[in-house]
Design a protein around this ligand. Sequence first.
Ligand code: GAR
Length: 215
Amino acid sequence: MLKLGILISGSGSNLQAIIDAIAAGTLDAEIVTVISNKADAYGLERACHAGIRAVHLDPADPAYRGASDSSTPADKAAATTAYNAAIRDELTVVGADYVVMAGYMKLLGLEVLDAYPNRVLNLHPALLPSFPGAHGIDDALAYGVKITGVTVHFADAEFDRGPIIAQIPVEVREDDTADTLATRIHAAEHTILPKALQWIAEGRVTVEGRRVYIS
Ligand code: GAR
């Protein structure tokens, strides 16, 4: 059974989709921790409600700045390293063997990525490599594409770049607003993310360079 650590920053509707898929027996996994960089992320409440360990790790916590209270680039880099080491330590102490960024809106550090090579998944609300970043839905709508979608991929040290595991297209309709398009994008996410995780649970996913093969 997969032991998942889930990273979130917000609503956690994709966390909920994973919780629901596990409860429904369509995903053979257990969530061992939910980590948020935001104290008010609703996903933390969803985790508590489901009886799942939920942790807020605040990137601004002075503990990550060590003895220094200056903010030179080197100090900031050291604080980012310490913060990501804290995420890694939380993941390893609970025995996570895969990590899912389900709406985690910060760049994940090498401290985590190196501890989980090709074992960190990211979810993105567009068909990568189109419209990376924090506004994938709005950017696709503003650009005027007729088809956008959802991508699940292995994370690397750049935002929204690593090897692609799965994508689903979502049509952009003439009368779409950001809200109506987002509703269909999120519905697609809630399907594809648990499905991709189940492929991994079944041992069907291999990575060769940028290519991901599903047997
Ligand atoms: C999802 O749409 C996810 O694709 C997006 O954040 C949202 C989180 O929703 N992630 C990114 O844009 C990453 N670049 P949720 O908190 O309801 O699961």
